[in-house]
Design a protein around this ligand. Structure first.
Ligand code: GSH
Length: 217
């Protein structure tokens, strides 16, 4: 049975990285569009798939998995020999990927999420933006990117010279911020800028942004 991805067609958040990994590995899948505005996600049928009522979720021949980053790890392991490797097999190289992925989730993403809430979600729902939170979000993100500059001066990607899931996870929400005009790169070092541009110009990502998440079957 073909893999099902429950998501929206917009590659903005966690669904985007799953669709990106599927594309980089050329794994066929069926998109099951989830209506984010309706009660569908909080209904019993969807909660049976994802107890928090969120997307993305995959159904891989009856195996249900949620959390975007966990899904990406599963796909990278299952299809290790197809397309972009994403996860090195060697123990220490793998540990460095997990180290960089942990930093993404603990340091980078919280700052991005804070800015996304203040500068995208709140204005969209008519709530006032908290200027203090915006300043804090920018400061936190800037501090992370300054450390990234020193890391990326030593190697091409965050966990070494190969592109891995640790880099790909940065595609959650941050490109959306950039697309909304939130500038977090001006004044940052050349290596961060180089790395970011390399990330968002990967052909699979460019195609996803242009066409949205589209199933292949
Ligand atoms: N930690 C989850 C977060 C998923 C998440 O926040 N999904 C959003 C869409 S990108 C969602 O379903 N929001 C609706 C909600 O939380 O009710 C993941 O990484 O997959």
């Amino acid at each position: 049975m073909v893999l099902k991805l429950y998501a929206t067609p917009i590659a903005g958040g966690g669904s985007g990285i799953v669709a990106f990994v599927l594309a980089e590995k050329q794994i066929p899948f069926e998109l099951v569009p989830v209506d984010m505005s309706a009660g569908e996600r909080k209904g019993a049928d969807f909660l049976a798939l994802h107890p928090f009522g969120q997307i993305p979720v995959i159904d891989d021949d009856g195996f249900i998995l949620y959390e975007g980053r966990a899904i990406c790890r599963y796909l990278a392991e299952k299809y290790a020999d197809e397309g972009t490797p994403f996860l090195p097999r060697e123990l220490q190289a793998r540990a460095l990927v997990e180290q960089a992925a942990s930093v993404e989730y603990a340091n980078f993403y919280p700052a991005v999420a804070k800015l996304a809430v203040e500068l995208i979600a709140k204005p969209r729902t008519g709530q006032p933006t908290n200027p203090t939170a915006v300043v804090e979000g920018h400061a936190a993100l800037s501090a992370v990117l300054d450390v990234y500059e020193s890391i990326l001066a030593k190697h091409r990607f965050l966990a070494g010279d190969e592109f891995t899931l640790a880099d790909a996870f940065h595609l959650v929400a941050a490109p959306r911020l950039a697309a909304e005009g939130v500038d977090f790169l001006t004044g940052k070092g050349p290596n961060v800028t180089r790395w970011w541009n390399e990330l968002i110009t990967r052909p699979a990502w460019v195609k996803l942004k242009a066409e949205g998440v589209k199933g292949t079957v």
